[in-house]
Design a protein around this ligand. Structure first.
Ligand code: SF4
Length: 190
């Protein structure tokens, strides 16, 4: 099964998917990653008592840090936060990133989590929410056919990498490779 966090990773660099799924390499994670994990833990603790009034969404149940998988869709992952409403579900992500607007790879990843919950609860899924740590601004993202198509295209590409079992080409530039945990294993880089 494909972990949904690899959707975002694939768009950063497809080789990360290869290293992650097809090798036993233990990558070295930069300090930013552990800071991100700490931020997630804090947000999870806070979310237990939050009412999310600012979102203006009537919900019946909150999902917090729960693992889901769907064999038919071939995806799995831990959902950080989701609101289960009467007729729909709304996945939410708090990201430890400075950003003025949602990155498309974050949107695709969140679509994957929404898809998992929507299939589990058999409810509609029309909106996802992302909040970035720099200003805690909330972005409500309508789910469009393009997001859906791009998600499944990415899944096909990831499945192809697994099937080929060959290190894929990458167009990652110096900036990306410089912050990548697998830099020591890419012989054709800097
Ligand atoms: S070092 Fe560069 S090419 Fe290699 S996996 Fe990382 S981002 Fe991709």
């Amino acid at each position: 099964m494909i972990p949904i966090n690899l959707i975002r990773q694939y768009h950063f660099c497809p080789r990360i998917v290869y290293y992650n799924l097809l090798t036993n390499i233990k990558p070295y994670y930069p300090r930013q990653v552990s800071l991100g994990e700490e931020y997630h833990e804090i947000q999870e603790k806070l979310s237990k008592n939050r009412k999310f009034v600012k979102l203006g969404i009537n919900y019946d149940e909150i999902i917090l840090n729960k693992y889901y998988e769907n064999e038919k869709l071939n995806i799995c992952g831990i959902v950080d936060l989701a609101l289960i409403c009467k007729n729909e579900i709304v996945p939410i992500e708090f990201k430890f990133v400075d950003s003025k607007k949602p990155s498309y790879s974050h949107v695709l990843q969140l679509y994957g989590y929404g898809l998992l919950i929507s299939n589990t609860y058999k409810k509609d899924f029309n909106t996802a929410i992302i909040s970035y740590s720099n200003n805690m601004k909330i972005f409500k993202i309508p789910i469009t056919p393009k997001i859906k198509n791009d998600f499944f295209d990415t899944m096909k590409n990831i499945e192809q990498i697994v099937k080929n079992d060959i290190l894929p080409n990458s167009s990652a530039d110096e900036n990306k490779c410089g912050q990548c945990e697998y830099l020591n294993f890419c012989d054709d880089r800097f």
